[in-house]
Design a protein around this ligand. Structure first.
Ligand SMILES: NC(=O)C1=CN([C@@H]2O[C@H](COP(=O)(O)OP(=O)(O)OC[C@H]3O[C@@H](n4cnc5c(N)ncnc54)[C@H](O)[C@@H]3O)[C@@H](O)[C@H]2O)C=CC1
Ligand SMILES: N[C@@H](CCC(=O)N[C@@H](CSC=O)C(=O)NCC(=O)O)C(=O)O
Ligand SMILES: [Zn+2]
Ligand SMILES: [Zn+2]
Length: 382
């Protein structure tokens, strides 16, 4: 049955309140307006940023909302003026937009885009500042401009990347966030050179992707730091050459690393979202040139600190969003790299579940971190 121009009723996982289980609801998804695309989501993965917003610690978190931002699907219909995708195209929604026209996009200095960010930050679409999701007339907020925990979603046309139709969507959905973030942190933000010594704090999906990127960049030593020693076995497969558990040491972890590396590492990456670890990551860098990249998302109200002398003496503190990748231009390139077996994706997937089991998927993600049980990276939902 043709659905173009019609309201679609479908299943979605709704976060009614912070920290309360997601509820599978029948949600009405309005047709796309000008500059919008309605996508049938076939697969979505979880990211810790979904859990962060769901926890209530995200100042941009609005409820009720539909979370999810790491997914793949097929265009169902497009609104007026949309030229770059059409119904049937295989796409990856991109929480980081790319309009190619705004001050940010034209700067050549950043992958951030200003076109829709103010609207996506408050859970609405740019065109009429309203949501396309509702339940019996009650609006449900969008999240990160993607809301992929729904069988259908509406995104801005600047927030959707058209990808190779032969690419398996059940795998490349992971290229919507964590894997590109880690790879790009190394390749675009830090620009790690061959022979570099790299330290990675946190060996979740993002940290593993940093390791994969660092190995590809020719790093000579890749030091993984995690409070869960079980992460090391898997991390080795992604390129980590040495492992440190801070719990095994009495000295501050930055001192342990400085001692092990003749003065510090060339590059470090914080992939946790812990502001104390961000400081350690900066301070384990080599005097004169060491660069530390903040990747983790810290909760509202948290602040970073260090002695300014750390920067005066040449260390550089940076951050990265989506690994510095320009989304619409470079996500298709990443998909092609995966198709040519130049980057891993399948290896990051640990579980496959259905949308009905989405709370279980989050439980698995939290169990992996908190109870140190199974090694859980990504539960993919279909
Ligand atoms: N900047 C960006 O564009 C993006 C940022 N993120 C953020 O990156 C962070 C990492 O994401 P995931 O890899 O999915 O998380 P994750 O929770 O799977 O991995 C974090 C790892 O850090 C370890 N850890 C926790 N506390 C530690 C400590 N004090 N010292 C050493 N290790 C510690 C945990 O055992 C776990 O292995 C999150 O904050 C997420 O929100 C995620 C995607 C994009
Ligand atoms: N809403 C949060 C900030 C969240 C954040 O930093 N998001 C990252 C992506 S995390 C993906 O999993 C990001 O790219 N930020 C740039 C952006 O434009 O959002 C808060 O307000 O603290
Ligand atoms: Zn994410
Ligand atoms: Zn732009």
């Amino acid at each position: 049955m043709a659905t173009e121009g019609q309201v679609i009723t479908c299943k979605a996982a709704v976060a009614w309140e912070p920290n309360k289980p997601l509820v599978i609801e029948d949600v009405q998804v309005a047709p796309p307006q000008a500059g919008e695309v309605r996508v049938k989501i076939l697969f979505t993965a979880l990211c810790h940023t979904d859990a962060y917003t769901w926890s209530g610690k995200d100042p941009e978190g609005l409820f009720p909302c539909i979370l999810g931002h790491e997914a793949a699907g097929i265009v169902e219909s497009v609104g007026e003026g949309v030229t770059e995708v059409q119904p049937g195209d295989h796409v990856i929604p991109c929480y980081q937009a790319e309009c190619r026209e705004c001050k940010f996009c034209k700067s050549g200095k950043t992958n951030l885009c200003g076109k829709v960010r103010l609207a996506t930050g408050v859970g609405v679409m740019l065109n009429d500042r309203k949501s396309r999701f509702s339940i019996n007339g009650k609006p449900i907020y969008h999240f990160m401009g993607t809301s992929t925990f729904s069988q259908y979603t509406v995104v801005h046309d600047v927030s959707v990347a058209k990808v190779d139709p032969l690419a398996p969507l059940d795998k490349v959905c992971l290229l919507g966030c964590g894997v590109p973030t880690g790879l790009g942190a190394v390749w675009n933000t830090a620009k790690v050179e061959p022979g570099s010594i790299v330290a990675i704090f946190g060996l979740g999906t993002v940290g593993l992707a940093v390791a994969e990127g660092a190995k590809a960049a020719g790093a000579s030593r890749i030091i993984g730091i995690d409070i869960d020693s079980k992460k090391f076995d898997t991390a080795k497969n992604f390129g980590v050459t040495e492992f440190i558990n801070p719990k095994d040491h009495e000295k501050p972890i930055q001192q342990v690393i400085v001692d092990l590396t003749d003065g510090g590492v060339d590059y470090s990456f914080e992939c946790i979202g812990n502001v104390s670890v961000m400081r350690a990551a900066l301070e384990c860098c080599h005097k004169g040139w060491g660069t530390s990249v903040i990747v983790g998302v810290a909760a509202s109200g948290q602040e970073i600190s260090t002695r300014p002398f750390q920067l005066v003496t040449g260390r550089v503190w940076k951050g990265t969003a989506f690994g510095g990748f320009k989304s619409r231009s470079q996500v298709p390139w990443l998909v092609d790299k995966y198709m040519k077996k130049e980057i891993k994706v399948d290896e990051y997937i640990t579980h496959n579940l259905t949308l009905a089991d989405i709370n279980k998927a989050f439980d698995l993600m939290h169990d992996g971190k908190q109870r140190n049980s199974d090694f859980i990276q990504n539960a993919r939902i279909s």
